[in-house]
Design a binder for this molecule. Sequence first.
Ligand SMILES: [Zn+2]
Length: 535
Amino acid sequence: MGQKLRKDISPRWRWDLSHMFKNKQALEDCAKQMDAGIPELAALAGKVHEDPMKAVRASFALSRLAGNYFVYSRMQQDQDGSNSAYKAQMARAEAYAVKVRAAGAFLEPELLMLPESTLKRLMEDEELSEYSVFFHKLLRQKPHILPPEQEQILAKGGEVFATASRTFNILDNVDLPLPETLMEDGSKQRLTHADYGNRMRSHNRAVRRDAFTGMMNAYGDFKGTLSTLYISSVKNDVLQADLRHYASAREASLSQNDIPLSVYDSLLKEAHKAFPILDRYMRLRKKALGLDELHLYDLYVPITDSFQLDLPYQKAAKMVKDGLKPLGSEYQGLLERAFSERWIDVYETRGKRSGAYSWGTYDSHPYVLLNHTDSINGAMTLAHELGHAMHSYYSNQTQPYEKAQYSLFAAEVASTCNEVLFNHALQEEYRDNKQAQLFFLTDLAEGFRTTFFRQTMFAEFEHLAHQMAEKGEALTDLNLSNLYEQLNRQYYGRECVIDPEIRHEWMRIPISTGRSMCTSMPPAIRRRCTWPAAS
Ligand SMILES: [Zn+2]
């Protein structure tokens, strides 16, 4: 695993990036177009009030080129990060992205200085309908944009504001020592983030208990540093929200995706209302596993160990395609294209980026990166990523470039829907096999527990922590750990033993920087599926 080189893999299982840029010359042409477009756009600074649409059009055209160039370069690097030519190309792409952003930095602040009525008129102009979403977002931001000098100060401080997030990432990914924990064969091996999920799914209870306590205590040992980082990040969110005239950090955060507070509130309300169903599932799990006490480290192990399915890629691809038949013949045809026209990079190879994602540009078909394993999980990942890919395909087909991007909030709908359809198909296929039925049904139930309940619990934790900061209550590692333990009690405590080590789990929640309000036009957005449900 991982030792195979790219050239050892048949081209058939490698994506074909030449659909983005035919050859080196095409890539060079794109760079030349950017070289010409950058000074042209920059020259419009200070003149937006004279002809706003000239600058908007120039900016979108340049973003499109830079997006194509960047996505291609990054995907090339993702296929082999050790290739120095790819690295050099990526550095060029990053430099262009910076230049393009700098050249157009004047645009949004200048547009925001126009009277609201002008922006509204532009938004409603039918001749400019492809820009309506852009102006809608701009208008929504307007009350939260500060005078130019203040914006400049905030922009200059951007890197400093991101200190907590950067420090957390280094500590979490590199410096945090993880202990050796028990393996199936009785030996002890160093725990890794990647393997934590596997150990938590072990049918040997001692293996998962050891992984759980080992992981939680590893974070607990750094509670001083980790809580200081988390608290600074919360205070930073509260400060930024306050400076930008949002009523709360929560409102500022939700506004990025245009989500009303009421959606958040009803999510929590519905999750709480559904606790009796969660309890029932916990009781079932306890019974099926034959345990007299259900612990938090018993939540990930499949409740049957007598069903295994070996799914080499071609078989997985066929099963996924069949499972998605309810989406119609057009969708089937697109899946066929994805498989036969090399939209997908299938196998793990040396230097390839880990995990899975769907990406691409507006001017190309979508691509999928996998590190396929011959398991149901591998097939599920394929179904999931193809959901993103087809969502992008349809969005790009239906919308003009200027409004084809969809929000992260909407993204997981398409992928999760595919997972559920695929699960139903598998249940149908193995309907005479009781163990298989049990396996697929728990897989579905786990999806609800981890995606719906667990993620909602994280959201609730973050909200309450920010609220404490907003009310001026002291944030300490002790009261954050208390809060997290209490939430676990509320979600799982009726049927599950709340192990004391769970108090440390909140320290694993990734700290993100928050973003500046003036970057509503990234060259392209990347969809990745992080926060694996099982860890
Ligand atoms: Zn996803």
